[in-house]
Design a binder for this molecule. Structure first.
Ligand code: NI
Ligand code: MN
Length: 234
């Protein structure tokens, strides 16, 4: 894709997205692999991953973070309390941040945005408080602006994300039940005005019934929806 200017964005089922910039920085978002029925079995993650971004503490997002970070040497980026939670599981390289803040990861400026969703992690004593749910804007130097919404409902301040960052590619949950469905995602697209939508968080489990076709139908020809199979890249 032209607007990506050499960056590769690979969808790995559910909300798992691998971003590989033209300069070689690799960022993996919400690496839910074990137990993810939509993870492409034949896909081999690169041996070296620089950063893992976590949107919130639910198991279908934290997933295999600890194991992948240990194997790949990746630094885990998350909201402060969630970064602390994974650090307690033995990870040395973590960056805790919070909503509205930006960290520079190689040539990518990563800003943590609001999301409307709960967050909690499975700890030794049950559900633990690990901060609130978030999304991320990735501004790639000389490349595109990407937005990964995490798990969220639609919210009016998505317009602020448009005003501030002008995301060209919006990765949005569309499955419904735990997040917005196609109807709400269509409103999110009106607020965000991206060039392209990459649907996430659908079809993984029976309750996640929203489909990319429904979203495309609601949007008409105004904005393009990417129809990818897990393992495909934009
Ligand atoms: Ni969730
Ligand atoms: Mn989820």
């Amino acid at each position: 894709m032209d607007i990506l200017k050499g960056t590769r964005v690979t969808w790995l089922g559910h909300s798992v997205v691998l971003v590989e910039t033209a300069a070689g920085t690799r960022i993996l978002i919400d690496p839910f692999i074990t137990g993810n029925p939509k993870y492409p079995k034949s896909f081999k993650l690169p041996a070296k991953i620089d950063y893992i971004l976590l949107t919130h503490g639910h198991g279908d997002h934290v997933g295999d973070t600890v194991q992948i970070a240990n194997q790949s040497g990746a630094t885990v980026v998350a909201i402060y309390e969630l970064a602390d939670f994974v650090a307690q599981q033995g990870l040395e390289k973590t960056i805790g941040m919070n909503l509205g803040g930006t960290v520079r990861l190689g040539e990518v400026a990563v800003t943590m945005t609001e999301a409307k969703h709960s967050s909690g992690a499975h700890g030794a004593t049950g559900t633990e408080y690990v901060g609130i749910a978030a999304g991320y804007v990735l501004e790639i130097e000389g490349g595109a602006v990407l937005y990964h919404a995490g798990d969220t409902a639609v919210f009016g301040d998505m317009r602020l994300i448009y005003e501030l960052y002008r995301p060209q590619i919006a990765m949005l949950p569309i499955g419904g039940h735990y997040t917005m469905g196609p109807r709400e995602a269509a409103m999110a697209v009106r607020l965000l005005e991206p060039n392209l939508v990459l649907p996430l968080h659908f079809g993984t489990f029976p309750p996640l019934t929203g489909t990319p076709s429904e979203l495309q139908e609601l949007l008409g020809s105004s904005v393009k929806v990417a129809f990818l199979e897990p393992g495909d890249s934009l």
